[in-house]
Design a protein around this ligand. Structure first.
Ligand code: PLP
Length: 390
């Protein structure tokens, strides 16, 4: 089955949908049984899409997990109330005091904070590594290294990683390979085809796609699925069926949305390339983006999120640019239908294994589903205001 067909059919098993197109929103804490047999049967089949108790899920969450597993691959998908909860719970499910993990230097900032502030307190040591390390990862693996964590492309600076090479070496040393696959969304990057063991997503972004739900997913291969699933349960992780319904609705249009985000973002990035104020386009589909060769080799497409650096400017000019924009609002998220912008004067505070050498500010854009010419016009007038402040 081709991907666009899967997007439409995934998770729509009759036992979840009961004869209509979408599964209903099944809100439940208590599931009731009339006989001891019924209850025992539910207990026995609790890992097999049978309702036992609300926290273990209802038909709405079963449908969503099933859909994610079909789209991303793997043996099962655990659900969390945010992408951050998915990342932290996936890691904690596989480490104990005395262990060591390798974390990519370009990780989402709260992932880094979790390593530094929570894992460290528990006696789990983190070493950060250059996202472009490739086979060099081997020299950082220690006896007690349990997890090699990747995020590709990296947050803000967009480095694309050589996932299969890193995974192969990590496996030779018995490490678990985890990936923050939010940018690839399980649509443009298929993690399990490249050696990943556990793929985590902030479904908050493109899966939900409408900026109205916080949600996280962790999909695992057979070998690690039972441990991930049982730990999620033990940590009390559960998600609202209303949110899951919206996320399932988001999935149905992710194929066409991503294609449009991609087309518009490429047009904006190509226009930016012609601007005298722009230094480097950090869009994985551009050869100026570190790791572009891995994007070309491993990804099926791109989306609306990319960054670029400036070759001039200061804080005041950047502020003027950002304040003047109409269609681009400032926001820490991405993946919804709307355009967003972030201005960053220094990346240094969120890097430790690599040095950020750009002298001038970096701007991250999320290109939404507005008419792309309106977006370009907005940026053009922003540059006029920017230049007036130099
Ligand atoms: C790459 C990436 N991973 C994880 C997250 C965390 O997701 P959430 O905000 O749902 O916790 C984000 C959020 O911005 C992100 O950009």
């Amino acid at each position: 089955m081709k991907q666009d067909t899967k997007i439409v059919t995934a998770g729509r098993k009759p036992e979840f949908t009961q004869g209509v197109v979408n599964p209903s929103v099944t809100r439940a804490s208590t599931v009731v049984f009339n006989t001891v047999d019924e209850m025992n049967n539910a207990l026995k089949n609790r890992h097999n899409n049978t309702m036992l108790y609300g926290r273990r899920g209802t038909t709405t969450s079963f449908a969503f997990s099933d859909a994610m597993t079909e789209l991303e691959g793997g043996a099962g998908c655990a659900l969390y109330p945010s992408g951050t909860a998915a990342i932290t719970n996936a890691i904690i499910s596989f480490v104990e005091s005395g262990d060591h993990i390798l974390m990519v230097d370009s990780a989402y900032e709260p992932t880094r904070d979790y390593c530094d502030k929570i894992l460290a307190k528990m006696g789990v040591e983190t070493t950060y590594y250059d996202p472009l390390i490739g086979a060099g990862i081997e020299s950082l693996i220690k006896e007690n290294t349990r997890i090699v964590f990747l995020e590709s492309p990296g947050s803000i600076t967009m480095e694309v990683q050589d996932v299969p090479t890193i995974s192969k070496i990590a496996h030779q040393h018995g490490c678990i390979v985890m990936l923050d696959n939010t940018w690839g969304a399980g649509i443009n990057f298929k993690p399990f085809e490249y050696g990943v063991d556990i793929s985590v997503q902030a479904a908050t972004k493109y899966i939900v796609g409408h900026s109205d739900v916080m949600l996280g997913t962790a999909t695992a291969v057979e070998k690690y699925w039972p441990q991930l699933r049982d730990n999620s349960y033990l940590m009390g992780q559960c998600t609202s069926p209303d949110d899951l319904y919206l996320a399932l609705r988001g999935i149905r249009t992710i194929g066409v949305r991503l294609k449009q985000h991609q087309e518009s973002a490429l047009k904006v990035a190509n226009w930016l390339k012609t601007r005298p104020e722009v230094d480097t386009i950090l869009h994985p589909a551009f050869d100026s983006c570190p790791g572009h060769e891995f994007f070309k080799r491993d990804f099926k497409g791109s989306n609306g999120l990319f960054s670029f650096t400036l070759n001039c400017g200061n804080r005041a000019a950047l502020t003027e640019f950002l304040d003047s924009l109409t269609h681009f609002k400032m926001g820490y998220s991405w993946g919804g239908f709307e355009s967003l912008v972030l201005g960053i004067t220094s990346v240094d505070s969120i890097r430790s294994a690599t040095k950020w050498t750009a002298e001038f500010p970096l701007i991250r854009l999320h290109i939404g589903l507005e008419d792309v010419d309106d977006l370009i016009e907005d940026l053009a007038q922003g540059f006029e205001k920017f230049n007036a402040k130099l």
